[in-house]
Design a binder for this molecule. Structure first.
Ligand code: AMP
Length: 308
């Protein structure tokens, strides 16, 4: 089933303990597309500037990403983001965000894009997420991501989007910003009241939690030992998850439980290199092996409790 993503296509500059990289291919929609395209065909809606390299368009196309919705602005400059990671990778600070061509972006869905069955609103200004929602005809499942910048500066627009999506995917800091609650389970209850039917709270190396009213499912992250650049982990997670769900006849709590395992495994590749190198390059067998390892790491049998 078709899957449409709207989000950023970017050049990122990263300062991480593993090294520094300038102007590497990034962006929420880029990571998402390359992850999801392992499981289904993806339609990409985004904007880039004249400086966007043709080789990067080819990379997306090689992965069967439909770039018909990737608008190129003559004379414009591609979105740029830069960030620095702490010595132990536990925190990331944004150094700069240059919206460039995104400042005047007005998403326009072609007839084909309007009929997408599954829709992912990757991290981008909530007003743009809303514009896409307004044009989509009748998607059966809509998920969305966001970030602290939009929670701080566009909370009302974000609230309106949250009321219209099936699933919201955010990290624990963002759940705190949205609710003021440090306990993620309490925060989840509050966020579900804001609109989405399902909620995922990502916790970096500690994994993620899936919530629906009265239900919760928790998994750890895949045990990665060669962490290089966590940029795009969340988007790759979402891409793996939505790519899997696009293959499911129905999307319910059980399907999403499976989907977040796929997302977790895919994200584990994304963080092993700068940019999209490992994400775009891992082999299907490597994914199968990681699933077996993850099953071993997380599986447990019922304990016969010697309780007195
Ligand atoms: P993640 O590490 O999953 O949070 O995603 C990082 C990606 O998000 C980077 O490749 C950035 O280009 C992109 N990004 C960062 N800030 C923004 C923003 N304000 N709007 C859209 N995309 C962004």
């Amino acid at each position: 089933m078709s899957l449409l993503v709207v989000g950023s296509v970017a050049y990122d500059s990263i300062d991480a303990p593993a090294g520094k990289r300038g102007d590497q291919l990034g962006g929420s929609a880029t990571y998402f597309s390359l992850a999801a395209s392992r499981f289904t065909d993806v339609k990409l809606l985004a904007v880039v500037g004249e400086d966007f390299e043709q080789a990067h368009v080819h990379l997306l196309e090689k992965h069967r990403v439909d770039t018909g919705g990737l608008e190129r602005i003559t004379g414009g400059k591609t979105f740029r983001w830069s960030g620095v990671y702490s010595e132990d990778y536990t925190s990331r600070t944004t150094l700069s965000t240059d919206l460039n061509v995104f400042e005047h972006f007005a998403p326009k869905l072609s007839e084909d894009y309007k009929d997408a069955v599954n829709l992912f609103l990757a991290n981008i200004h909530p007003a743009l997420q809303r514009d896409v929602l307004d044009q989509a005809r009748r998607p059966r499942f809509v998920a969305c991501d966001t970030m602290n910048l939009w929670i701080d500066t566009a909370r009302e627009e974000l609230g309106a989007v949250m009321r219209r999506v099936d699933l919201l995917s955010i990290n624990d800091e963002e759940s705190f910003l949205l609710t003021g609650l440090r306990n993620i389970h309490l925060a989840a209850e509050r966020i579900l009241e804001m609109g989405p039917r399902f909620l995922i709270i990502k916790r970096g190396e500690f994994g993620c939690a899936l919530y629906a009213p009265g239900r919760c499912f928790l998994i750890p992250a895949f045990p990665v030992t060669n962490l290089v650049d966590p940029t795009g982990a969340g988007d790759s997670f979402a891409g793996g998850m939505m790519g899997y769900l696009a293959n499911c006849p129905t999307v319910d709590f059980e399907a999403i439980r499976q989907a977040i395992v796929v997302g977790t495994l895919v994200a584990s590749f994304a963080v092993e290199s700068f940019s999209v190198e490992r994400l775009a390059g891992f082999a299907p067998d490597e994914l199968r092996q990681r699933q077996a390892r993850f099953q071993d790491v997380t599986g447990w049998r019922e304990v016969v409790l010697p309780i007195r």
